[in-house]
Design a protein around this ligand. Structure first.
Ligand code: SF4
Ligand code: ZN
Ligand code: ZN
Length: 320
């Protein structure tokens, strides 16, 4: 196969575009796809400070590389989830990349910040690991962005991630989530305070499939962590991805059609689906939470943390 641009030897074949690319033109193609998303969805401007959630994997490190090359002020944020050797290795990959690119990386750990790891949280609360992990990541990413004065929180969700989420939301007719599924979630303020309680969140990789970010990282010599999180087994999103990949294999372009078709033709119908309940501040931490009529409303993060730490304390008391 020949490169679509220079007719030289193609090293990557992007079937849904029916095009092959040589190394240089594939790298250029990927950067253009990111730049196009940033512009099309008005994600951020060059003078804004970006905080990028990095996991040491291909998507987040590839995105960091692209944003730096496009000239954006992008700082990395690594949250140590305490998942054994996996977390250690993913942290090392993130630190090594930051050093190599001379980029700033903020590192925090769940254990130090809150007193538990993701495996402990799962054991203490009886919830599946990915559920507690997701809740903690969302909370900590937002908290770090607000505390450190960033304008935007950037995540490395790619087209496969978004299609799998969309698929799950449709399977369960989760209309609230469908109303919030967008490449940009605007910041949110509460009451008279001009300070946001939720920072703007953006996903610049939505035009790129997982296979493409992996190829980009490989061609750019990015030393990312290849192993998957050992807790991914049983993750439903993972199973949806496998199912959708079969459809993509049979009919290239399916993922793109499903996601961008949703954004163009259906997303607006679900907008505001979850806006019925009032948003108030959590009385423990100040984060926004739904007003469910409690006297002292507390957010899901604070409730989960309190449950985990109480059970942890009870466990240590029994051992004594
Ligand atoms: Fe967290 Fe689950 Fe992802 Fe592992 S697979 S990092 S537990 S969300
Ligand atoms: Zn070429
Ligand atoms: Zn709270």
């Amino acid at each position: 196969m020949k490169c679509k641009v220079c007719k030289g030897h193609a090293v990557v074949d992007v079937r849904r575009h029916n095009a092959g690319f040589c190394k240089d033109h594939f790298v250029e193609h990927v950067r253009k796809q990111v730049a196009k998303s940033v512009k099309e969805f008005s994600m951020f401007s060059p003078d804004e400070r970006l905080l990028l959630a990095v996991s040491g994997g291909k998507d987040s490190l590839a995105l960091w590389d692209i944003l730096l090359d496009l000239g954006y002020d992008a700082t990395g944020f690594y949250l140590d989830l305490g998942i054994g050797g996996y977390s250690g290795r993913s942290k090392e990959a993130s630190i090594a990349f930051a050093e190599q690119r001379g980029a700033k990386l903020i590192v925090r750990s769940l254990g130090e910040e809150h007193g538990y790891t993701v495996p402990e949280l799962a054991r203490l609360t009886g919830r599946v690991p990915c559920s507690g992990c997701g809740l903690n990541k969302r909370y900590e990413f937002n908290r770090a962005a607000l505390e450190e004065g960033f304008d935007v929180l950037v995540t490395g969700h790619n087209l496969d991630d978004e299609v799998a989420t969309l698929f799950g939301n449709v399977l369960h007719w989760n209309t609230d989530q469908l109303g919030r599924q967008a490449p940009v979630l605007e910041e949110r303020v509460l009451g008279d305070s001009p300070e946001p309680v939720l920072v703007r969140k953006v996903k610049p990789l939505v035009r790129l499939a997982e296979r493409e970010t992996a190829a980009y990282a490989l061609l750019r010599g990015i030393d990312y962590i290849v192993e998957e999180c050992p807790m991914v087994e049983g993750n439903t999103q993972h199973r949806y991805k496998e199912a959708i990949s079969l459809l993509e294999e049979a009919s290239p372009g399916t993922k793109h059609q499903m996601y961008f078709g949703f954004l163009e033709k259906a997303a607006a119908r679900f907008a505001g689906s979850g806006d019925g309940a009032q948003i108030v501040r959590c009385t423990s931490c100040g984060a926004p939470t739904l007003d469910l009529g409690q006297e002292e409303p507390r957010c899901s993060f604070c409730k989960t943390k309190a449950l985990a730490l109480t059970r942890k304390e009870q466990g240590s008391a029994k051992e004594c």
